[in-house]
Design a protein around this ligand. Structure first.
Ligand code: NI
Ligand code: MN
Length: 230
């Protein structure tokens, strides 16, 4: 069994273990970096970190077509229920759920904001700690500022940390380096950069810094490319 991750542009990721797939923050329609079309995606589980449209994205359409279970914060899950979804886990910060035998998902802290489409209260934004059946542990920080408790999330070891580097809406390249030092993952993958002009970054320069300044190995896929993490 191996676990691999496909970056689909911005914060959209697909994690595959033993033929089962978790899709995270499926913003594909309207995403200039999208590595796939929403109708091509197969998923068993969808995780949504917060209500902003560059994360919520195509969740409704993909969940309706695939029958995937959706994991999100409680308020967002209530909104999904109002839109007609039924396979929902409305969890909250610190809580976790064994969504399918292959994936346990825990919602971690994130320092950001969250609102529903239309502007309603979107609950707390979160990140995700995903434990796969083969023992792989993956932390997706999602949209967040740097915070020192990231160190706790790294305890127990991580095969991959997925971190925003775009700046402006989230932490930028410097804080992402500090985050890696706190978390101590084996691999790190940058997200939430280059999609829009305010979050343009030189990812290759950042990846060189990761190699020089941290013990982690950077994974910098093109949109649509798969990376093996374990
Ligand atoms: Ni956001
Ligand atoms: Mn965002």
């Amino acid at each position: 069994m191996a676990t691999r991750v496909q970056w689909l542009g911005h914060s959209c990721l697909l994690i595959e273990t033993d033929g089962k797939r978790v899709l995270i923050d499926p913003f594909l329609t309207g995403n200039p970096m999208a590595g796939a079309r929403p109708e091509e995606i197969e998923a068993d589980v969808i995780l949504v970190s917060h209500g902003h449209e560059d994360h919520l994205g195509d969740t409704l359409a993909i969940a309706q077509r695939t029958g995937a279970s959706v994991v999100a914060n409680y308020e967002l899950s209530q909104w999904f229920q109002e839109q007609g979804l039924t396979k929902l886990h409305g969890i909250n910060l610190g809580g976790g759920v064994q969504v399918v035998p292959e994936f346990h998902v825990q919602m971690t802290l994130a320092f950001h904001s969250s609102s529903l489409p239309g502007g309603g209260y979107g609950g707390n934004p979160g990140g995700f700690l995903i434990t796969c059946a083969d023992g792989s542990r993956i932390y997706d920080a999602a949209d967040t500022a740097l915070f020192s408790d990231m160190k706790l999330i790294g305890e127990g070891g991580l095969d991959l940390a997925i971190l925003p580097i775009g700046d402006y809406f989230t932490m930028g390249p410097n804080d992402a380096i500090l985050a890696i030092k706190l978390i101590g993952p084996r691999h790190v993958m940058p997200i939430h950069y280059d999609t829009f002009p305010p979050i343009k970054q030189d990812v290759q320069v950042w990846a060189e810094r990761v190699k020089e300044e941290t013990a982690a190995l950077p994974l910098v896929p093109k949109p649509g490319e798969w990376s093996v993490v374990r």
